[in-house]
Design a protein around this ligand. Structure first.
Ligand code: BGC
Length: 248
């Protein structure tokens, strides 16, 4: 049975697990430590060491994938919307490889979630374009065309009206900050998804992020031509997708 390790670095927690790649499920416990304050690279590295130690895989030869909330191109992190600015133009993959003494695959967190859903979840066997969005602190996006990932789309940073990044207005964090009702938040999501639908004519929208567990409170309020469904993997999507990509 093929296995790989996935680590998902988020704004509040760093989560990890060993993934059964055939089934797309965790075959270990899911371990979690809080993201260190400020989330500077060296502190995040220490936290990643800790989750790998807890999993007992510090010296494992299994592929290791790391999902990260930024643009990641050829192992370099190129943006930092909700994390330390130290990650901008930072050779993250190399930094982790040197410090951990092993190969690593660094990927965008929403891309990892998209791969988890297309290989083992809500977007499996979908023909054409699936757009997955994660609604959380920010808005992440993944484009999957006939199962193939087109990496590093950043739909959360579309300008919309007076907003330079639509995620500031429509992410779960905006709902929490402004204490929006489901109806008021759904009105914002309606504008966001209708705009994306017009731009890209997708065949399916998949909605991930923690709030997808409340999908029945807001997805039925949206009026789109494209089917829009919740992700299956929620909290483990980043771990599963990062592990899958590392094993490719
Ligand atoms: C980042 C994306 C990330 C998303 C979700 C956005 O602010 O720019 O790279 O995928 O948040 O974490």
């Amino acid at each position: 049975m093929a296995k790989a390790i996935g680590v998902d670095i988020g704004g509040t927690g760093i989560k990890a697990g060993i993934v059964d790649l055939g089934r797309g499920t965790l075959e270990s416990d899911r371990v979690r430590v809080p993201t260190p304050k400020g989330a500077a690279p060296s502190d995040v590295l220490t936290a990643v060491h800790e989750v790998l130690d807890t999993l007992g895989v510090r010296d494992s030869a299994l592929p290791l994938g790391v999902a990260f909330p930024a643009i990641v191109k050829r192992g370099k992190t190129l943006s930092a919307a909700n994390i330390s600015q130290k990650w901008v133009d930072f050779d993250a993959e190399k930094f982790f490889e040197d410090e951990l003494g092993r190969n690593i695959t660094f990927v965008n967190d929403a891309d990892a979630a998209g791969v988890a859903e297309v290989r083992h979840g809500a977007a499996r066997d979908v023909e054409g374009l699936t757009i997955l969005t994660t609604l959380g602190t920010g808005i992440g996006s993944a484009f999957l065309y006939n199962g193939v990932l087109v990496p590093n789309t950043e739909l959360g940073h579309l300008n919309y009206g007076e907003h330079t990044s639509v995620e500031k207005w429509a992410a779960t964090s905006a709902r929490d900050r402004e204490e929006l009702s489901w109806t008021d938040w759904a009105a914002r999501l309606q504008e966001f998804y209708a705009h994306i639908e017009f731009l890209f004519s997708p065949d399916l929208f998949v909605v991930g992020g923690g709030v997808s567990k409340n999908a029945s409170d807001f997805l039925p309020l949206l009026e789109l031509k494209t089917p829009i469904i919740p992700a299956i993997h929620r909290n483990n999507a980043g771990i599963i997708g990062a592990a899958s990509l590392a094993a490719d």
